[in-house]
Design a protein around this ligand. Structure first.
Ligand SMILES: [Fe+2]
Ligand SMILES: [Fe+2]
Length: 193
């Protein structure tokens, strides 16, 4: 399997653009507020989703900001993709802020706080693009965020599918960056299984 080129990712990013203001949150807000007997969320479910919403707001805010030091390390041919990715991450942060304000939220997960507010800034500022992308794209996006987005999609959270679509190209792009750095593709892909 060949690794797709940067132009391919830019084209994907362009086609996938969406506006966080266009996502209809009325049904989510209704379910959040309605009693269980009226089709509302069960109390445990509301708490679980609230934690995820708060955690995503924290995570997307962090990943948007931490691309700056990573972009400074990136080769010229990857710069436009990183810029397109940053535009996506800023939109994701705005989307979850809107979701928290209009639907509901909770307290962020402490493990996520450590991952995104401590480990990510340390890797992004390590001076090693391989280390930064290894944590950012291959662990945080390809494992942590992807898994949690599947949970949001399964719970019927509006907009989650759009965020997941963006994250898919970010992950593919990360694989490409690591492959250009000489990390064997087999090694990268097996880490994702
Ligand atoms: Fe994101
Ligand atoms: Fe992302």
């Amino acid at each position: 399997m060949g690794v797709a080129g940067y132009a391919h990712f830019l084209a994907l990013a362009e086609r996938a653009q969406w506006d966080e203001e266009d996502v209809d949150l009325r049904e989510d807000a209704r379910r959040w507020r309605a009693p269980v007997t009226g089709g509302g969320l069960a109390p445990g479910e509301r708490e679980r989703l609230g934690t995820l919403v708060a955690s995503f707001l924290l995570a997307e805010t962090a990943v948007a900001a931490e691309l700056d030091p990573i972009i400074a390390l990136a080769p010229p041919q990857a710069q436009a993709c990183f810029a397109a990715q940053q535009r996506d991450e800023e939109r994701h942060a705005r989307f979850f802020a809107r979701y928290a304000a209009e639907v509901g939220t909770g307290e962020p997960d402490e493990e996520w706080r450590e991952l995104f507010e401590e480990r990510l800034p340390a890797a992004a500022r390590s001076g090693s693009l391989r280390e930064a992308v290894g944590l950012y794209h291959m662990v945080l996006e390809a494992v942590v965020l992807k898994r949690a987005l599947h949970t949001l999609v399964a719970a019927g959270v509006a907009g989650a599918e759009l965020v997941l679509r963006d994250e898919r190209w970010h992950i593919g792009f990360g694989v490409r960056v690591l492959s250009d750095l000489g990390v064997p593709e087999r090694e990268v892909l097996s880490a994702l299984r």
